[in-house]
Design a protein around this ligand. Structure first.
Ligand SMILES: C[S@@+](CC[C@H](N)C(=O)[O-])C[C@H]1O[C@@H](n2cnc3c(N)ncnc32)[C@H](O)[C@@H]1O
Length: 185
């Protein structure tokens, strides 16, 4: 994934936010690939474990750990825009998706990339539909090294049990329809 389309995938010097980081593997990988600042976030009980991973990998100069509860006013108030937002296995509860979408909108500027990977489960499509209804274009990466195609957020059309997506914030007047063209993922 990181070798295709060097300009899009070159993480050197990029700022990276990971949401629902858990163990923080994508964010730590981004740091290894040259990101200049990585913020690993999750709910409070997960933070000590994340901090230990940062320390164990000697990445404290680049990687920070912080509490970020999706959609909470407190978390959104201090949230900056990032070059890249990473999410792994966070599409598991439809009820949480509006809060996640609010958080994504706060973290996204015009050039922000949002990459998510997930196991496809019966409720994954519902979760992605909430984000699509909030105005996100949802595009499946057909394979880690292949081109993007529009998935229109239908999980049963996805190509395998584990899928990577890019999400693209769409301006309010375009909400609900996928853009005709989009960046190379
Ligand atoms: C299924 S785990 C995935 C963890 C990790 N990203 C991975 O792939 O192993 C979902 C993660 O989302 C976090 N999470 C769930 N609801 C959240 C919320 N409302 N705000 C912030 N994080 C949340 C959980 O604490 C958990 O770490």
């Amino acid at each position: 994934m990181v070798t295709q389309g060097q300009n899009e995938f070159d993480l050197r010097g990029k700022t990276v936010l990971e949401l629902g980081a858990g163990v923080g593997l994508p964010g730590l990988t981004a740091a290894m690939l040259g990101a200049s600042r990585v913020l690993l976030t999750d709910i409070e009980p997960l933070l000590p474990g994340l901090s230990r991973k940062v320390e164990a990998n000697g990445m404290g100069n680049v990687v920070e750990v912080g509490k970020l509860v999706w959609g909470s006013d407190e978390s959104l108030a201090s949230l900056d825009e990032f070059d890249l937002v990473l999410m792994s296995d966070v599409f598991f509860d439809r009820e949480e998706m509006e809060s996640l979408g609010k958080t994504l909108k706060k973290a996204c500027g015009e050039k922000t990339r949002v990459w998510a990977s997930t196991e496809i489960r019966p409720w994954t499509g519902d979760c992605l539909s909430v984000l699509a209804d909030m105005g996100f274009g949802v595009f499946e990466l057909q394979s880690p090294l292949g081109p993007c195609r529009s998935s229109t957020a239908k999980a049963d059309e996805c190509s395998g049990p584990f899928v990577a997506f890019c999400l693209m914030p769409v301006s309010p007047n375009e909400a609900g329809r996928a853009p005709a063209t989009f960046y190379s993922c």
